[in-house]
Design a binder for this molecule. Structure first.
Ligand SMILES: [Zn+2]
Length: 128
């Protein structure tokens, strides 16, 4: 490899940012099975979460989408607002999260149907 090749390689590596500066779950601080969670898709905001916490936030986002009827395909702007709110709330919340907690957090009086609960629980793997 020539010096010029080395310089090219160094330049190209310099433009590659690691996805996360260190692999630690933003919620529980675990370092096991860390993956990127899309807080929002467009613009893209990705945060590191362990698989357990990722399942929980996925369930919360699923519940929020069911309750509000808003998703990234039908209203991107409102979807981003909701997903950011859910994300901040998720990071703050310390205790077990129930469906009532989600409805209260979203500021609505809402009764989930059995089908919706099943769907949310499947998405969240018993986190609700
Ligand atoms: Zn975690």
């Amino acid at each position: 490899m020539t010096a010029q090749d080395m310089l090219k390689l160094k330049k190209s590596l310099g433009t590659i940012k690691p996805l996360f500066t260190f692999q630690q779950c933003k919620k529980c601080k675990s370092t096991v099975k860390i993956a990127g969670h899309h807080v929002t898709y467009i613009p893209e905001k990705v945060e590191p979460l362990c698989s357990k916490c990722h399942a929980k936030i996925t369930a919360l986002n699923t519940a929020a989408a069911i309750v509000t009827g808003i998703n990234k395909d039908n209203d991107l702007e409102k979807c981003n607002v909701i997903r950011r709110k859910v994300w901040r709330w998720f990071l703050r919340k310390k205790k077990f999260i129930t469906l009532t907690d989600i409805a209260l957090f979203l500021g609505i009086d809402y009764e989930f149907t059995d089908d919706q609960i099943s769907y949310i629980v499947c998405a969240g793997e018993r986190c609700l």
